[in-house]
Design a protein around this ligand. Structure first.
Ligand code: FES
Ligand code: FES
Length: 197
């Protein structure tokens, strides 16, 4: 049995920790050069290390499609694709996003043609204020990259991290299902604009 005291073990751990800490390169608090790959383009920015990916997109790159709503990783309005996986961009530092492929809602249309998911949201009139819409579209898009023919349940699960505060869920879900090519499960009347006038 070892005769070392618990404090000795603690002292050793603390020394190892301090050695590791001392060898890591401290960045900031001023700006540092950051390179992001967004929608296939290289963005070179000078940002403080505390800047989130969402802030870098919205405030420093003029890509305002990703919305800031909760800014704390709960609503999904800021969802982007991060190496084709959905990611809350408000919960990732821009400096940590270097070296990864980021896609925002602005990067979905090809040659001026909206993606099937974007088109479905328009056809289903699936928005009121629209703040949640880019996030829902990115979540469904991420699902389709992995699973081109999802079931309704899989679409609903993929959108489970997105909130719609306007309560437009029936239409949002129809649009998500339609965009994903999954069977639409409920029927909602779409009121023609002319009838509202
Ligand atoms: S703004 Fe990022 S999750 Fe709400
Ligand atoms: S349409 Fe307003 S939050 Fe969803």
């Amino acid at each position: 049995m070892s005769d070392s005291k618990p404090e000795d073990n603690f002292a050793l751990s603390r020394r190892s920790f301090l050695k590791t800490f001392g060898s890591s390169k401290v960045q900031g608090p001023g700006t540092v050069p950051i390179t992001l790959k967004v929608n296939g383009k290289t963005l070179k920015l000078d940002l403080e290390p505390r800047v989130t990916l969402l802030e870098a997109l919205r405030n420093h790159s003029n890509l305002t499609g990703s919305k800031e709503v909760c800014d704390r990783g709960t609503c999904g309005a800021c969802t982007v694709l991060f190496d084709d996986e959905p990611l809350y961009s408000c919960s990732k530092l821009a400096i940590e996003a270097q070296g990864h492929n980021i896609t925002t809602i602005e990067g979905l249309a090809q040659d001026g043609k909206l993606s099937s998911v974007q088109q479905a949201f328009i056809e289903q009139d699936a928005l009121m204020c629209g703040f949640c819409t880019p996030g829902f579209i990115m979540s469904v898009t991420a699902l389709l990259k992995k699973n081109p023919h999802p079931t309704a349940e899989q679409v609903k699960k993929a959108c489970s991290g997105n909130l719609c505060r306007c309560g437009t869920y029936p239409r949002v879900m129809q649009a998500a299902l339609k965009g994903a090519g999954a069977p639409v499960t409920t029927k909602t009347e779409v009121i023609p604009y002319a009838r509202l006038a």
